[in-house]
Design a protein around this ligand. Structure first.
Ligand SMILES: [Zn+2]
Ligand SMILES: [Zn+2]
Length: 179
């Protein structure tokens, strides 16, 4: 069965990683393991934006991809961006093998609201499945409830399911991405 490796970026709460590792195989037919190493986010920090450039993190992940790695998903707690956007929840290489997601803007505290761990876990799972979908060649879906729908705010993430719609799932199955 295909393998998704989780890669912590800097300091990431162990329980978050454990829960994500357990949750991903319930949404995709894959095995999931946590890599026993950490990627330092500091080289991707840009003081002028006080954020971390996610494309640079993806770039630096390339050296960690090994033949047995089916997909490598980096999990960060820092604020990510790409130059054309104010922020991103995550970024993926279209067609794989690497993707990165961040919890930074998935936390209720970021919006001045009370901490909600189960909501955070749900959002992180949705973002993870979404970015993994991109690594499997899936583009954004018009169905707003599909995990592959685009989202520019957490409100949109909360509207999505953590699973793919029938059309996206069919596309994955017909291209053999999950075989
Ligand atoms: Zn996307
Ligand atoms: Zn879809």
């Amino acid at each position: 069965m295909n393998l998704v490796h989780l890669l912590p970026v800097g300091k990431v709460a162990a329980s978050l990683l454990d829960d994500l590792r357990d949750a991903i195989p319930k949404r995709l037919p894959v095995r999931c393991e946590i890599l026993p190493l950490t990627l330092d986010p500091t080289p991707s920090y840009h003081p002028e934006r006080q954020q971390f450039h996610s494309s640079e993190i993806l770039q630096r992940m390339q050296s960690l991809v090994r033949p047995r790695d089916w997909r490598l998903l980096a999990v960060a707690e820092v604020d990510l961006y790409i130059p054309i956007l104010k922020y991103v929840f995550g970024e993926a290489q279209m067609g794989g093998p690497c993707a990165v997601v961040s919890t930074f803007r998935l936390r209720q505290e970021f919006y001045g609201l009370d901490q909600d761990d189960s909501l955070l876990r749900e959002r992180l799972l949705k973002e993870s499945i979404h970015e993994l979908g991109h690594t499997l060649h899936l583009r954004h879906c018009q169905d707003y409830q599909c995990v592959m729908a685009s989202s520019h705010s957490v409100e949109w993430i909360d509207l999505r399911e953590s699973r793919m719609c029938d059309a996206c799932r069919y596309e994955l199955e017909s291209c053999g991405a999950l075989a």
